[in-house]
Design a protein around this ligand. Structure first.
Ligand code: NAD
Length: 514
């Protein structure tokens, strides 16, 4: 299941030990805070121990990062891009073991563990190209012999606070873009997944060292959110907090960072829906919704949580969907044939079953039972079967994000706009999709009066975004954008420049001041 020699092999390849310091200023590793035991959800056993960051460690890291920024911001962007290209190469070389570590630490299937590292490689490739495309616009001045243009400068120190479910990729999305933009990064990972962050930090440090770069460009502070996270939130030396996590915590962070007028990029919870219309290819819909609902054991921000199905195709669709659930393979996520591993922790399992009790108490009908799996194939208390429940559209819990494999089926009748209204009637606005072969329905869904989410897809699921365009969501999902398109602008400061080469004074708006 999780063999000691597999752990040893991954640890050796990635530079981990049974006992690891949890802070790095880019040159030295230290950790004078409390000890954190890292438990694998695969078997409930301790993988390793991490010595967390205390306040003095934090100071050392932030000081190094601020100093490094003074140097890094002067390095030409394409040269910074070249270093990120080399990071991509180092990740290619470590893809197998890093993917395995992600799986050991948070329980996603090894296919998805490798996919996560591939996403990191993809963003490095993208960021390398981007380093030659940090374009600003220019325009014509209303004043003769004046030139106007806009340029983008490095912002400063970016605090990257990440969630457990993408323990490596979210860092890479932020780090690769921030670094080519000339920023430096301090990373605070989730407490469930510190080993992955140590492995990633070692990889970037090696690349920077090989390029004779100063320390402090990429740094790490492992510690509790309420302690080290709060230090970051309140620290005016941290110019931008890029936060990935729950809506509840995102609101808190927005208020604390906002109170000091710091910048934020917020990537928060989703409550993603798929609409299945009478014009849908039901086989395609069922297959995609199945992956969207049970991939990463329902623990993606883009996990499909609600399916809104037109009544005339409801029964036929449900039959097809449940036939996928019946064939689902659950077990050790290191086994390449397994589709679903454990949830991240025992407390995540409790959250799932508390939600299921509430759903049933409020009249939901279970059509595929979520239950705890026990026995020697399922050690550690984190294995479950996913649940599918029929619910009325206005059940209160359906408006919340329960971070577990629970899929809600909701029936609609009438035009597609009825389904869109149900879809939009939740506080979150991350990802959405529609299954239809009808052009008018698809365009209606994508129009200004259609889906209100940051992501809206046609004939594919809600999860599994590519890095090429901006990723993020609206409403309580926070409004932040990361990854491709022009998301890089969030990591830079904009400057408008006007140059007078007329040798005279001309005031804008024709003002005379003589
Ligand atoms: P979480 O909110 O519990 O924790 C996320 C991070 O915040 C962790 O590193 C945690 O230590 C830190 N934190 C906690 N308290 C803090 C504080 N006071 N100040 C600063 N940091 C603090 O989330 P989680 O359980 O790790 O992840 C699941 C959530 O993340 C879900 O809601 C999911 O939808 C969301 N998520 C969103 C995206 C996205 O891109 N929109 C991606 C992945 C996950």
């Amino acid at each position: 299941m999780l063999a000691t020699q597999d752990i040893r092999k991954a640890f050796k390849a990635l530079g981990l030990k049974s006992d690891n310091p949890g802070a790095s200023d880019g040159r030295a590793w230290f950790g004078n805070g409390s000890e954190l035991e890292v438990v694998s959800p695969i078997n409930g056993k301790v993988l390793a121990v991490v010595k967390q960051t205390n306040n003095d460690d934090y100071e050392q890291v932030i000081t190094a990062a601020r100093e490094a920024f003074m140097v890094w911001r002067e390095i030409p962007a394409p040269k910074r891009g070249e270093i990120i290209r080399q990071l991509g190469q180092a990740l290619r070389e470590n893809k197998d073991e890093l993917g395995r570590l992600v799986t050991m630490e948070m329980g996603k299937s090894i296919q998805e563990g490798w996919g996560e590292v591939q996403e990191m490689i993809d963003i490095c490739d993208y960021a390398c190209g981007l380093s030659r495309q940090l374009y600003g616009v220019q325009t014509h001045s209303e004043r003769a012999r004046h030139r106007m243009y806009e340029q983008w400068h490095p912002l400063g120190l970016v605090g990257v606070i990440t969630a457990f479910n993408f323990p490596a990729a979210v860092w890479a999305w932020n780090l690769a873009i921030a670094l080519v933009c000339g920023d430096v990064v301090v990373w605070k990972p989730a407490s469930n997944t510190p080993l992955t962050s140590i492995a990633c930090q070692k990889i970037i440090e090696n690349v920077l060292r090989e390029n004779n770069m100063v320390s402090g460009i990429a740094t790490l502070v492992i510690g509790r959110g309420a302690e080290i996270g709060e230090l970051l939130n309140r620290d005016p030396r941290v110019d931008l907090i890029s936060y990935t996590g729950s809506c509840r915590m995102g609101k808190h962070i927005a208020s604390v960072v906002g109170a000091r007028l710091g910048k934020t990029i917020l990537e928060l919870g989703g409550n993603n829906a798929v609409i299945v219309t009478p014009n849908a290819d039901l086989d395609l819909a069922a297959e995609n919704i199945f992956f969207g609902a049970v991939g990463t054991a329902g623990q993606r921000c883009t996990t499909t949580r609600r399916v809104i199905i037109e009544e005339s195709v409801y029964d036929a669709f449900m039959k097809k969907l449940l036939s996928f659930y019946d064939r689902l393979t659950i077990g050790s996520p290191l086994d390449e044939r397994i589709q679903m591993g454990p949830l991240v922790s025992v407390s995540a399992v409790s959250t799932m079953f508390e939600a299921l009790e509430t759903i049933v108490r409020h009249g939901g009908r279970v059509v595929h039972e979520g239950k705890k799996l026990q026995g020697e194939n399922y050690p550690g208390g984190c294995y479950v079967t996913p649940a599918v429940v029929e619910v009325p559209k206005d059940m209160a819990i359906v408006r919340e994000e329960t971070f577990a494999p629970i899929l809600y089926l909701i029936k609609y009748s009438g035009p597609v706009q009825t389904a869109v209204a149900i879809q939009n009637d939740v506080p979150q606005g991350l990802s959405s999709s529609i299954f239809t072969d009808n052009l008018v329905e698809a365009e209606s869904f994508l129009s200004a009066s259609g889906s209100d989410c940051g992501i809206a897809n046609v004939n594919l699921g809600t999860s599994g975004a590519e890095i090429g365009l901006a990723f993020g969501g609206e409403k309580e999902t926070g409004g932040g954008r990361e990854s491709g398109s022009d998301a890089w602008k969030g990591y830079m400061r904009r400057q408008t420049n006007t140059i007078n080469w007329s040798k005279g004074t001309t005031l804008a708006q024709g003002i005379q001041f003589e």
